[in-house]
Ligand binder design. Structure first.
Ligand code: MEV
Length: 457
């Protein structure tokens, strides 16, 4: 029987997490693969040679059996606020790093990227149910707020010394959604750390103290002393942790954007493409995906949480009631303006940023930025990526650039030699690339000596 079609009980296991790493691999290869020995060898071939380093990587997650390797590339020539950067990017998609590099070089000679952090506030919530008179809760809240801040002073001391801490605690009445539903909402400044642990620890302390505080209220009905905390967690939506990146230049200077299009036509087509991503959520999703090609690649390379940043960005893209472009464009008095506003909670200390050896190197490559600088670098990369993608779309189309790499990837998968790759690049210059066409091309040149290759003529 095919091992992938074993009855479910044969593939289940208890105590898997207690097995050694080799034990885990052994169980997996024996139960799920046809050639266990080869698969075991392959999985182990991706272990980092240095055992200590491998232990560090294993410590990031659970049930680890190997490492999943992704390309680590760099995009040089990023001029951001008059400073040059070479941006580290971790991404598996071809053409992304090339597009970022081209866009960076293009804008380098047109003033570069201008970036600014608009605000750095993060939020968290304690969601709770309380059945009492709302006016009583509002009445006692100022006292509760003071106590919440005081009682968690020991947790915030370090952060306060670094200039951060709790900025605000407020009470939200959501009883219109559900009887008795309220929130404690905290606003926090977590300086150069992403702050998830800091905020979540504080919120759990808030929950404990909220329960205690209400249980100690005198001369109120017994039911009012009881608070049911449903959950306490930061919000990954951080619209007040916001960064802006922009580029601009006279429309005439776009004349060199492409050989076959004048600056005015290019600017008009580019402007319309951006507006289309404002009008149509189907286009907006792909448009923003292009922005996140750049954003996520730097977020990953610097050991930050790309899921949080994606989720936040997409919520922000819907802030006006429908999902729309995160970037915008304006042509005014002969000047082309293109910009991006993105909420982004990233850290440059703590978490993976200081543990992952490559994340540390990425930050070093960027000159060890603080969180505000990293936000700006990431936003500039997202804008560059968006510019590169939309520029291709409104001029040559996206496939031209993609296809060369796609072709090389297909050829590599088909074990093509360097000579065959060279020949294929020439042959496919003006032809459509597909698995089938590449397979046929290789078949022909492998079967036929060069003098007999009329089919390729
Ligand atoms: C591909 O990964 C990203 C693009 O689709 C973005 C866009 O359409 O703007 C090219």
């Amino acid at each position: 029987m095919d091992s992938n079609h074993l009855p479910p009980e044969m593939k289940s296991i208890s105590g898997f997490s207690k097995l050694s790493k080799r034990g885990k691999i052994k169980w997996i290869v024996e139960n799920f693969f046809k050639d266990p020995e080869n698969v075991m060898r392959e999985l182990m071939s991706y272990w980092v040679q240095n055992e200590e380093q491998q232990k560090v990587l294993d410590g990031f997650s659970e049930n680890t059996i190997s490492n999943f390797v992704l390309p680590y590339g760099v995009a040089p020539n990023f001029l951001i606020n008059n400073q040059m950067y070479c941006i580290p990017m971790v991404i598996e998609e071809s053409s992304v790093v090339a597009a970022a590099s081209h866009a960076a070089k293009f804008w380098m000679t047109r003033g570069g990227f201008r970036t600014e952090v608009i605000s750095m506030i993060k939020e968290g919530q304690v969601h709770f149910i309380w059945h009492g008179d709302p006016s009583f809760l509002h009445e006692v809240f100022p006292k509760l707020r003071k106590e919440l801040i005081e009682k968690t002073g020991y947790l915030t001391e370090n952060m306060r010394q670094r200039g951060g801490g709790i900025l605000e605690v407020s009470l939200e009445d959501l009883t219109d959604k559900e009887p008795g539903y309220y929130q404690l909402r905290g606003k926090f400044d977590t300086r150069d750390s992403m702050g998830a642990n800091f905020i979540n620890t504080l919120l759990e302390e808030f929950s404990q103290h909220l329960k205690l505080f209400m249980s100690q209220q005198q001369e109120v009905p017994e039911a009012w002393k009881d608070v049911e905390v449903i959950m306490a967690i930061l919000s990954n939506y951080t619209p007040e942790c916001l960064v802006r990146a922009s580029v601009s230049c006279p429309v005439q200077e776009l004349d060199q954007a492409l050989k076959d299009m004048d600056g005015e036509t290019f600017a008009r087509r580019f402007y319309l493409a951006i507006k289309m991503a404002h009008w149509d959520p189907f286009r907006a999703t792909t448009h923003n995906k292009g922005i996140f090609n750049g954003v996520d690649a730097v977020v990953l390379a610097t050991g930050n949480d790309f899921r949080a940043i994606e989720a936040c960005g997409h919520t922000y893209a819907s802030r006006h009631g429908n999902y729309a472009s995160l970037s915008d464009c304006r042509i005014e008095n002969g000047v082309f303006h293109f910009w991006l506003e993105l909420p982004m909670a990233v850290g440059t200390t703590g978490g993976l940023t200081s543990l992952h050896p490559m994340a540390k190197r990425s930050l070093e490559l960027l000159g060890n930025p603080d969180a505000e600088q990293l936000m700006q670098i990431i936003a500039a990369t997202g804008l560059a990526q968006n510019f590169g993608a939309v520029k291709s779309l409104v001029t040559t189309g996206i496939q031209k650039g993609h296809m060369k790499m796609h072709l090389v990837n297909i050829l590599t998968r088909m074990d093509a030699s360097e000579k065959e790759i060279k020949e294929a690049l020439v042959y496919f210059k003006d032809k459509v690339v597909s698995f089938q066409s590449v397979r046929e091309f290789l078949d022909v040149i492998r079967k036929n000596p060069p003098e007999n290759q009329q089919i390729l003529a």
